[in-house]
Design a protein around this ligand. Sequence first.
Ligand SMILES: Cc1cc2nc3c(=O)[nH]c(=O)nc-3n(C[C@H](O)[C@H](O)[C@H](O)COP(=O)(O)O)c2cc1C
Length: 302
Amino acid sequence: MQTNFLGTPLRTPLVLASGVLGNNKAILERVWENGCGLPTMKSIGPAPRDGHNNPTVIDLGQGMINAVGLPTPGYLNMDAEWHELNGRKFPINASIYGGSVAEFVQVAQFVAAQGPEFIELNISCPNSDKHGMLFGVNPDSAYAVVAAVKAVVDIPVIAKLTPAAPDIAAIAKACEDAGADAICAINTAGPGMIIDIESRMPVLDFKKGGLSGPMIKPIAVRCVYDIYNAVSIPIIGLGGITTGEDAIEIIMAGASLVGVGTAVRYRGITVFNRINKEIDAWLCDHNTTMDEIRGAAHREDK
Ligand SMILES: Cc1cc2nc3c(=O)[nH]c(=O)nc-3n(C[C@H](O)[C@H](O)[C@H](O)COP(=O)(O)O)c2cc1C
């Protein structure tokens, strides 16, 4: 199911979510060979960072809770990864983050020069100039990051939003006004916490973590639905998408592409080909197309 996204042809409408499989070329290529149209890299930050201590990821059955803590070698320490990726035959979406607008600009400029097809701004990270408030919960902060990055890169910029925003549609609109070429929604939900009742202590070393997987799908569908009403740029919809029917649901909310993260854990790396087949089968059974069903759930709003 070939598709075109912001001028780049993609073999399928499925996107690998950032952070689930890292930045190694061999794994990103394997994902692409298994039916993912656009692999996204793990978010790259301004300086080396270890992330949080273990345990960082717990499977809850209906999804996962994680407090990985954005570990990164730092954008200046990835020569080997970029060198390998240079010879690739597949498109990539490079995810980045910073602790200030200036850091986002620094990382974006360098990363865009390494040749990814897209750059994704993970604005679900704390803004050190604003006492750690997430960039993505405030329309002005979101606008500032996107506008500053747009001024220094010439590849399409995707703003990745957090469901922690009180009004995610307003954040999406601010990103669109700042020049974002697309929106990606959602990052993990929460934060949540699990407590081990025998030790009477939180299980994660960091105590709180972001939720992902099937249990957050209704939040993702609601966010994409709200964003679709507010912007005209395309949306990558993700959050709990595990089956072709889940993908159809988020497309009906308004997504143009569909991201898959935690489902890789539940269904393995072949999840992409399987979801593609399930989407095709559903469309065929209902004698319809992706274009016809995109945003279908909004019929009564228009
Ligand atoms: C272990 C783990 C690491 C993640 N790392 C990142 C990251 O580095 N950058 C980012 O933007 N999102 C990151 N995410 C969020 C995912 O990209 C995705 O937005 C979220 O998990 C919801 O999708 P899912 O339910 O399909 O996993 C991570 C998620 C998990 C589970």
